[in-house]
Design a protein around this ligand. Structure first.
Ligand code: E4P
Length: 215
């Protein structure tokens, strides 16, 4: 399973990249706001740093507007993926862009039926939001299982990009189900390293090493 970093913060992306854990990056308007920097400059820097796919979200509500935005974003880097909202206009834009060979990521997906529509429109990635479903008391990972089954039933090439990841269990479950990608917030990525037995084991090894190093 590939790891994308769900952030527009260059220093966080660099830190994860140094550990060899970044296959791509996803951004959205909220993450750009949080980074508090110029949108174009930020995306250009991320695109220069990470060779994998960098998702940039369109804001227009019409297909023509989304395609026009895509034409601008595609100039910001060779690895830009155009993020499009799950709406009828969004699917029109996905069809136009995919016919032009532009990679797309359909976002704000909350049902397997929406994922099916995105795949039929020709999306490269579909982003089901597991955390936001959990937040309203629905089982987020349940739709990942169903989307996996639907895509496998019909050999859709669209990749399942698990989004709105909130904890390491989401990542583990995504990998067990066979999702193609999980987009991971930097803090959650660091949580993956954690186990109390690793921490206590390190302390014990260091203590024991001191004994023979000073002998
Ligand atoms: C990524 O593509 C999504 O926009 C992101 O994972 C949403 O995460 P959130 O639900 O924590 O805002």
């Amino acid at each position: 399973m590939e790891f994308f970093i769900d952030s527009a913060d260059i220093s966080e992306i660099q830190k994860a990249h140094a550990m060899g854990l970044v296959d791509g990056v996803t951004t959205n308007p909220t993450l750009i706001k949080k980074a508090n920097r110029d949108h174009e400059q930020t995306i250009r820097e991320i695109s220069g740093l990470i060779p994998g796919p960098i998702s940039v979200e369109t804001l227009s509500e019409t297909a023509d507007g989304m395609v026009a935005e895509a034409d601008i974003y595609l100039k910001w880097g060779k690895n830009i993926v155009i993020k499009v909202i799950m709406t009828p206009e969004g699917m029109k834009a996905v069809r136009i862009l995919s016919e032009r060979g532009v990679r797309t990521n359909v976002t704000l997906v909350f049902t397997p039926a929406q994922a099916l529509i995105a795949a039929k429109a020709g999306a490269t990635y579909v982003s089901p939001f597991v955390g936001r479903l959990d937040d309203i008391g629905q089982a987020g990972m349940g739709i990942i299982e169903q989307i996996r089954q639907i895509f496998d039933n019909y050999s859709f090439k669209t990749k399942i990009l698990v989004a709105s990841v909130r904890n390491p269990i989401h990542i583990l479950d995504a990998a067990l189900i066979g999702a193609d990608v999980a987009t991971v917030p930097p803090a959650t990525l660091m949580q993956l390293f954690k186990h109390p037995l690793t921490d206590s084991g390190v302390q014990a090894f260091l203590q024991d090493a001191k004994a023979w190093q000073t002998a």
